[in-house]
Design a protein around this ligand. Structure first.
Ligand code: SF4
Length: 261
C-alpha cells in the first residue's frame, strides 16, 4: 500500500530556507554583511571555532542575552573552550540557578533582599561588565529580525544588547533561526512589538521575577508604542550595512531551525 506522510515537512522547510537565504544573502553581502547558512545546528560550532582560530586578534568575547544562544548551548560551549583556546569570556548577563544575575550569587528568586551597601558594588560590577562588552574583540549576539532586503532589526531598552552591533567590538557574530526572517522593516517592527517584546516581558516575569504586567502590550495584547519607563522597546537599531573598513566585522549566521522568538 502506498502512503505519504503529509505531516513530515522537514524537506519542504529546508527547501524554503534555501530559497529565502539564497535571495537575502545577495542583499546582505551587497551591504558588506557576511552571511553563513547552516542546515544543522551542530555545524555552527565548527564554523565559530574556525572563525576564532583564524583571527588572532580575538582575545575576549562578550554576549548578548539571547534565548537563541541559550537554545544552542552557546554560553556553555564558549566557557568550555575558553581556557584551551586562550580567550577570556565577559558574560555579565549570566544567570545563577535562581534566575538572578550571577554576579549577585545564589540569591533566592524574587526581589533581592540584601542591604544597599552590599547590593551596590555588585550592581556596579554588573553594569561595568555591560560597558566592557562594548569593547570586546568578539560579540556574539542574537537579533529580533532580519529582512529579505538585507537589514538586521533589534529593539532594546537599556541598549546594551544591541549597541555593540553598531560600533565597538572588532567582530560580531549575529546568530538567528529561520523564524527571524521577515520581508521588510515594517514586518520586522510589527513582529517585534506585537509578539517578541510581549513574550519577552512574560519570559522575564516568569523566570526572573520581574513585574512587567502594567505594560500596555500585556494589558491589551497589542503594542501601542508606549514610552513606559519599564519598556524594553525604547531603542530601535537597524543595521543597514557596514562601512568599507568593517567588511569582516558582522557575520550573520542563519540556522534552518526555529530559535528564539
Ligand atoms: S506597548 Fe510599549 S512595551 Fe509593549 S511592545 Fe509596545 S512599545 Fe513595547
Amino acid at each position: 500500500m502506498y502512503s505519504i506522510n503529509e505531516t513530515y515537512l522537514d524537506k519542504e522547510k529546508e527547501k524554503l530556507f534555501e530559497i529565502k537565504t539564497n535571495s537575502l544573502r545577495k542583499n546582505f553581502e551587497k551591504r558588506r554583511i557576511n552571511v553563513h547558512t547552516f542546515l544543522k545546528k551542530a555545524d555552527i560550532f565548527r564554523f565559530i571555532e574556525e572563525f576564532i582560530t583564524t583571527r588572532a586578534e580575538i582575545k575576549n568575547i562578550a554576549f548578548s542575552d539571547s534565548v537563541t544562544l541559550y537554545q544552542l548551548g552557546m554560553y556553555d560551549w564558549f566557557e568550555s573552550q575558553a581556557t584551551d583556546k586562550g580567550y577570556v569570556i565577559n558574560q555579565p548577563l549570566k544567570r545563577s540557578r535562581t534566575g538572578q544575575f550571577a554576579v549577585f550569587g545564589e540569591e533566592p528568586p524574587g526581589k533581592m533582599n540584601i542591604p544597599y551597601d552590599i547590593w551596590k558594588p555588585k550592581n556596579d560590577r554588573w553594569y561595568q561588565g555591560l560597558r566592557d562588552s562594548l569593547t570586546s574583540d568578539l560579540l556574539v549576539i542574537g537579533a529580533n529580525a532580519i529582512t529579505m532586503n538585507g537589514e538586521i532589526v533589534s529593539v532594546d531598552g537599556i541598549g546594551n544588547r544591541v549597541s555593540g552591533m553598531i560600533f565597538g567590538p572588532k567582530h560580531v557574530l549575529c546568530i538567528v533561526g529561520r523564524n527571524k526572517i521577515v520581508n521588510d522593516i515594517d514586518s520586522a517592527l510589527d513582529r517585534i512589538h506585537n509578539y517578541s517584546a510581549p513574550l519577552n516581558y512574560i519570559r522575564h516575569n516568569s523566570k526572573h521575577s520581574t513585574n512587567f504586567d502594567e505594560l500596555p502590550c500585556l494589558q491589551i495584547g497589542k503594542c501601542v508604542k508606549c514610552s513606559n519607563l519599564e519598556s524594553a522597546c525604547l531603542n530601535t537599531v537597524i543595521i543597514r550595512g557596514q562601512v568599507k573598513q568593517h567588511q569582516d566585522r558582522i557575520h550573520l549566521l542563519i540556522i534552518n531551525d526555529e530559535l528564539g522568538f
